[in-house]
Ligand binder design. Structure first.
Ligand code: FES
Ligand code: FES
Length: 219
């Protein structure tokens, strides 16, 4: 996908406004589209076919370029795990992973997310086969209304993916982009610590079994 600098974006926005058209687009078919001075195609304002990589699957939708990733997921792709609360990048309830990094889906345009790996809370576990983080949130009663929970789980996943053994301070820092109005922070931090330990157990158990098998084989 073409990278768009802030300067290009501002130029494009001005151009789009002047043309009365839509917004900049990177990976949609834009050969015949008008271009900014910097040569970036302008998409829209009408709906365009878009293709996404979500939870390992290819998904398609026809969306206006102004549609956010959050609205695309919830309203067009039947993935309602990410929640819409502030819709302005402050609460974290809409957190998903984009190329493995936690992002606010309400602050990313769907058109920009094309061709990039998107992971939502639905993609990491399901009832009966929960991700260790999801299971730990349940075990530690780390929720009340639960509205913030999917966002916290995804932020915690991003944290453990880059730091499998965080201490409490690092967990505090890693979850600092997410708000819980019910105030279940203590339970959530414990859940993340627990999930990190569980992942350790899962890693070491096959090793233990292999060593035992090797010892038995050695006689
Ligand atoms: S809904 Fe996206 S940050 Fe609040
Ligand atoms: S559990 Fe209610 S907002 Fe977090």
């Amino acid at each position: 996908m073409a990278k768009i600098s802030r300067r290009d974006f501002l130029r494009g926005s001005a151009a789009a406004g002047a043309l009365g058209t839509g917004i900049l687009g990177g990976s949609v078919e834009l050969e015949a589209a008008p271009r900014t001075e910097a040569g970036v195609g302008i998409a829209g304002p009408g709906a365009l076919p878009m293709t996404f990589r979500i939870n390992g699957e290819t998904r398609q939708a026809t969306l206006e370029p102004r549609v956010t990733l959050l609205d695309a997921l919830r309203d067009h792709l039947d993935l309602t795990g990410a929640k819409k609360v502030c819709d302005r990048g402050t609460c974290g309830s809409c957190t998903v992973l984009l190329e493995g990094k936690a992002v606010y889906a309400c602050s990313v345009l769907a058109i920009e997310a094309q061709g990039r790996s998107i992971q939502t809370v639905e993609g990491i576990g399901r009832p009966g086969k929960l991700h260790p983080l999801q299971a730990a949130f349940v075990e530690h009663d780390a929720q009340q209304c639960g509205f913030c929970t999917p966002g916290f789980v995804m932020a915690a996943k991003a944290l453990l993916d880059r730091n499998p053994h965080p201490n409490l301070d690092e967990i505090h820092q890693g979850l600092s982009g997410n708000f819980c109005r019910c105030g279940t922070y203590a339970g959530m931090r414990k859940a993340v610590l627990h999930a990190a330990d569980t992942a350790d157990d899962e890693e070491t158990e096959p090793r233990r079994r292999r060593k035992k098998a090797e010892a038995e084989a050695d006689g």
